[in-house]
Design a protein around this ligand. Structure first.
Ligand code: FAD
Length: 302
């Protein structure tokens, strides 16, 4: 038995828990790191190349966005996920999906609940994001009303079924917290796209937990070299635009003139910011540039 087969056999059907009642589990996989390499070399086997050569090639491909070799491998997973999260997930059109049918079967009797310490406030800086957790006391109250609402929504659904309403109609008032299940098959290239968008801090926390579980528990052991390159060149890499690099060059230049060393002050950052940002009270691009430069220690953190 090869190393890859045994890794797959160990992983297959293991349910990795996510949220309170969700999971992801590997159903099948086609290919491994070598499939990417094989496609890139358009050859018929591993030949005499060493692992280090494969690693170098995979890293080159990912770094340079030579994407088609990554389409030669696929994974199929089974997921159990609340509908609100699923609604975001399903936007990834390049996957093949087969979902549990609530026309055909009774809806899964499970709804995602939020723990008392995990009710988040609306972010003020990001209209799509959340900020700090509410107090435990507020959280507990929200949990009580959540419980009552979910119970009553389910009761309404069950009552409709009892009087003979069709499942396709009875389900219409089920809340988005209701869990669904689906088979999800996707090639490695599009999976990496999914993971880079959904593991990102801008993605909603709940779907981030699913993406992180898929990445770390399934992809990493099955495709260790691809995973390593993904982390290095996508996940933990940083993109600098023409405007960002202009700011960096001017910061270094001013620093040298004024005999300052990094981290430079926020005032200096504002002085050398891009011309198009000047005069704007709020500018997301400027904020993003600043936070990148703070991360690399070029600008002082507040
Ligand atoms: C943080 C965040 C916030 C978001 N906010 C919103 C929002 O407010 N409203 C909203 O509607 N959506 C929102 N989305 C969804 C987002 O716009 C994408 O629809 C989703 O992330 C799927 O990405 P994708 O198209 O790259 O993936 P896939 O559908 O898997 O596609 C992968 C790639 O294939 C190519 N592709 C696929 N289909 C086509 C096509 N028909 N034509 C051309 N190229 C194609 C594209 O290159 C695409 O990048 C958000 C996503 C994120 C991560």
């Amino acid at each position: 038995m090869t190393q890859e087969n045994s890794t797959m056999d160990q992983l297959r059907w293991e349910k990795f828990p996510v949220l309170d009642d969700g999971f992801v589990c590997l159903v099948d996989v086609m290919g491994n790191d070598s499939s990417v390499v094989q496609a890139a070399r358009v050859s018929y086997g591993e030949g005499t190349k060493k692992v280090s050569d494969d690693r170098t090639l995979i890293r080159y491909l990912l770094r340079n966005r030579h994407t088609t070799p990554f389409e030669m491998a696929e994974i199929k997973i089974l997921v159990r996920v609340p509908m609100d999260c699923w609604r975001q997930w399903i936007r990834h059109r390049t996957a093949n999906v087969n979902e549990y049918s609530t026309r055909y079967s009774v809806a899964i009797d499970s709804a995602q609940t939020t723990p008392p310490d995990q009710w988040r406030t609306q972010s003020e800086s990001n209209r799509q994001g959340s900020a700090r957790p509410l107090s435990e006391e507020q959280g507990s109250k929200l949990c009580e009303s959540e419980k009552a609402f979910q119970l009553s929504a389910r009761q309404l659904y069950d009552e409709r079924l009892e009087v003979g309403v069709a499942r396709e109609l009875a389900r219409k008032d089920l809340p988005l917290c209701t869990y669904t299940e689906a088979y999800w098959k996707i090639d490695l290239h599009n999976l990496l796209n999914f993971l880079s968008l959904r593991m990102d801090s801008h993605a909603q926390l709940e779907i981030r937990q699913y993406a992180t579980t898929i990445g770390e528990k399934i992809l990493k052991p099955l495709f260790p070299i691809v995973w390593e390159a993904f982390v290095d060149y996508r996940r933990e890499s940083m993109f600098f635009s023409r405007l960002d690099t202009g700011v960096m060059q001017r910061l270094n230049q001013r620093g040298a003139e004024q005999k300052l060393s990094p981290p430079f002050s926020e005032e200096l950052f504002m002085e050398v910011q891009d011309e198009t940002w000047k005069g704007l009270k709020r500018c997301r691009e400027r904020d993003e540039c600043k936070s990148k430069l703070q991360r690399i220690g070029l600008v002082a953190s507040e």
